[in-house]
Design a protein around this ligand. Sequence first.
Ligand SMILES: [Zn+2]
Length: 238
Amino acid sequence: MLAQLIKEGKKVVVFTGAGMSTESGLPDFRSAKDGMWTKYDPSEVATVDALNSQFDTFIEFYRNRVIGVNEYGPHEGHYILADWERKGYVTSIITQNVDGFHQEAGSRHVIELHGTLKEVHCETCGKVYSNKRYEDEQYYCECGGPLRPSIVLFGEMLDERALMEAALVSEGADVFLVLGSSLTVSPANQYPLIAVEHDATLIIVNQGETQYDAFADRCIKNEKIGDYLRRIQAELQE
Ligand SMILES: [Zn+2]
């Protein structure tokens, strides 16, 4: 179905969630199965409160996550999406992920709803540094302020510009393709609806059910994202 729509010249907006990253091998920090993450409750550690009053725990948690995103990288699915952007099939990627894998694979128009773990910045003066600082256990800015990952913590507002841009590209989508998100977290869950209200075709590729399955023109549950994208890529080349 997707290959056919692309062949007809329809423009695709892609929305990616945790399922996209876990296929790279990156542990989902929300999943209790993954050993080291059981030590922390992200809803307590990934917060403004922890940044301000439990900085040691905060940096231990985020140093591990930074090492994770630096150790893993894009999988074939990320590269296929980048290829589709170059060919004009994909106009934008909206992502809940903070690992930067889409950009690493070559995608250019990526809207990161929750920021990025690829950079850290000074909470006091805003100066931006590579996340290597965290790997090297350097947690303070030259001004003396604490360095923090450039992601949205619990207790912080999402970036207004990213939200607006995501809504705008969703309105303009001919096809809205969800990859590996259960679409439960706000505001992520608004975009498929915005797209459908503007007559987009909705395709959802996700292992579990989502609350938008009933609105979707097609739901794919039993196929990995990478396999799905590879299959569509093959159909496009027929
Ligand atoms: Zn500073």
